[in-house]
Design a protein. Sequence first.
Length: 264
Amino acid sequence: MTTHRRFALGLTVIAVPLVLALLGPLFTGDPGPRATSFTLGGGHWLGTDFVGRDVWRQVLLGGRTVVLTALAATALAYLVAVPVALVSALTRLRWLEELLMRPLDVLLAVPSLLLILLVVSVLSPGAAGLALLVALVNVPDAARIVRAAAGEAAARPAVEALRMQGESWWRIAVGYVGRSALRTLAADAGIRLTGVLYLVSTAAFLGVGVAPDAADWAVMVDRNRTGLFVQPWAVVVPALLIVALTMGTNLLFDAALEKKGRRR
């Protein structure tokens, strides 16, 4: 498959869940009366869910939380990881590098979902709290990857030449080292967004950060699975939308990186 075709396929795959997630709530209308649980027909395109609500309406309402939480968590993770990694790669103070990276190694040793569940056992975070938790567990891994890429660039003679010319730390870190690590960062971003979507969906599936009957794609999969063989659309449609998000994201990033590599 050519790069353009892969890009078009990724864009097509991801467009459906994104449009439903971002614009769906604008077209939901009134909820209407509830019907019998797990039924098909009766004016409901995709049937009803476990409490008799219209599945299509729940699909339109349920994507925004998943998408926005995942995007916010990914952005927050890099907002912390990238500066820490750049400082660690460029500093000449060994103690500062150890101070920045060793605490992240401790967090890296704890499974992500386990850490989220431990925090949730003490606190009750909402959607914003879930985004912060998911960002926190992704910071160590992201920082290690960016640190490795930035460390290789920071060891080049060009960096020493820039220092001797009196260039500012910002210009060296962002203008040269950061740009050199951009390809690695972009590749990691595609994989990490997929992992964040998995974590957000799994946490919502377990009831973390959302109400048990919330209009959320992951919650829909969890709460409606008891009626899978009676009314499968209540489970299959939100599950496919989550899969399309992750698959489309990877296809787009792969196509973008391949195109950039060919230009080089």
